[in-house]
Design a protein around this ligand. Structure first.
Ligand code: AMP
Length: 189
């Protein structure tokens, strides 16, 4: 099963993806983790850092290169779970083309839904613990703005394909996970 997981910053995507990946034996492909790991002292690494440390999206072609490389690994043969990808309409369209070339498609899109005020508070709390450079009040506001302007169209794209299932991210993490498991179990059976 090839799953796209969409949710605004702070909705708990990372936590849920780890649990789904374990329960359903799907490789967890986080574009944010891959990009952060690519922030090194090479010119490409410095370019990546210049975007993500300011809360901006990395360029689509850079992200796609990481994705293409990752999908080439053996563990992706029977499906995977994308976390944070695709984040722009252009990425979603490029993914469809890439998959069509392999006679594959996205099977399901999970969408975590939450109010912005709750998300902002959660991200500020996380900033105290994780010290991520992009978890400043300005960085948070910018990532939420980008989510609305760049990633919500991705949801529209998948809605038109009838692939989206919503989950309420304002519940506790166990309840969110239970809802997601119900969706995935129904899909599998
Ligand atoms: P995340 O860990 O998913 O919150 O991503 C952290 C940061 O990495 C984002 O704020 C972006 O700067 C960058 N990033 C992650 N995924 C993407 C993507 N699919 N396209 C562009 N930039 C991304």
């Amino acid at each position: 099963m090839r799953i796209v997981f969409i949710g605004p910053p702070g909705a708990g995507k990372g936590t849920q993806c780890k649990r789904i990946s374990d329960r359903f034996h799907l490789p967890h492909i986080s574009s944010g983790e891959m990009l952060r790991a690519g922030k090194d002292e090479t010119p490409l690494g410095r370019l990546i850092a210049s975007f993500i440390d300011n809360g901006h999206l990395a360029p689509d072609d850079v992200v796609m290169q990481f994705i293409v490389d990752r999908l080439g690994r053996d563990d992706c043969e029977n499906g995977y779970l994308f976390d944070g990808f695709p984040r722009t309409l252009n990425q979603a369209e490029m993914l469809d083309v890439l998959l069509a070339g392999r006679e594959q498609k996205v099977d399901l899109v999970l969408n975590l839904v939450a109010e912005e005020q709750v998300l902002i508070q959660r991200l500020l709390d996380r900033a105290k613990i994780e010290h991520r450079l992009d978890d400043t009040p300005e960085g948070i506001a910018e990532r939420l703005r980008i989510f609305r302007s760049r990633t919500e169209p991705v949801l529209g794209f998948y809605h038109r394909q009838g692939l989206v299932q919503d989950a309420d991210a304002l519940q506790g993490p166990d309840d969110v996970f239970a809802d997601i498991c119900a969706v995935l179990s129904a899909y599998e059976s």
